[in-house]
Design a protein around this ligand. Sequence first.
Ligand code: AVJ
Length: 340
Amino acid sequence: MTSEAEHGAVASEFISEAHGEFTLETRGVVASEVRSEFADALIAGLSARQKSIPCRFFYDAAGSALFERITELPEYYPTRTETAILRAYAADMAALAAPGTVLIEFGSGSSTKTELLLAQMRDLYAYVPIDISGAALDEAQARIATRFPHLTVLPVQGDFSRPLTLSPDIAAHPHLGFFPGSTIGNLTEGEAVQLLTNMRRILGNGGKLIIGADLRKDVRRLLAAYDDAAGVTAAFNLNLLHRANGELGADFDVARFAHLATYDVRHGRIDMHLVSRTEQSVRVLGRRFHFKAGERIHTEHSHKYDIEGFQVLAQRSGWLPQSVWTDAERLFSVHVLSAV
Ligand code: AVJ
């Protein structure tokens, strides 16, 4: 193990202890935690009979830039469709917030969609972006401050998939949660229920949640969105291997892997894989992993929900489905859930 990786492992222990009810980490520690998490996850994922790499590791700097390019592809409809729905109904969504509401965004990343909501909201007490990345929070705060100089922004650096206690000042106000992007689709149903349940706990009684979910549709349309003609999604998927080479000194010959997207009808989800084009072996942190020709590394689930299916999932998580908006082509849905 390299000294950097060892340092990461120590930092990671420190963090898991600090992850009680409230999370306050220094940014440097979070960065090394992420690196060691990638090492652990990659080794565990490649050691399993069915090899896999968790999709959260797509988003290093290069992967995030590739994802931005995906959102602009003609085939990739989710981002532009959700944005159009938010733009069309932002005033109705803003009307869900009583005066003095705190708008809490889960995984605020680049908060461009949030601006559509904020532009329609009067008398918000504060905007609370929650993100694991301090850099993303700084960027969001700067952009929001320029456009909405009178809005109070109270960033929370933390992991919203874990129990998280908001400061008493924030907790005293009504909560409106915002979770766009169909990120929920990356989780299995069981994980999605856990996350929605945790959000229900964070938002509290009387809280509401605005959440985007991609809809089931024609399989060819879905497959095209995850295997675009320009090859950007392929580059996004293969970037996992470049990242392993760059960050962990792995020796993946990236040209000997291919991008593959499939649709699983039974689960209603896209699966992304990296397929070994040949028989080969790869070294990662002193370990050797063998690949048969055609063997796959699973890299992402992207679940598609019909409206009723998503509402059932929400109900299993303690939420009451309140309303839902879609586009004319019924490609994407934005739900409002309420915690009674
Ligand atoms: C970021 C979860 C919305 O599942 O569509 C895009 C990521 N993967 N192309 C999705 C992704 C391949 C994406 N989300």
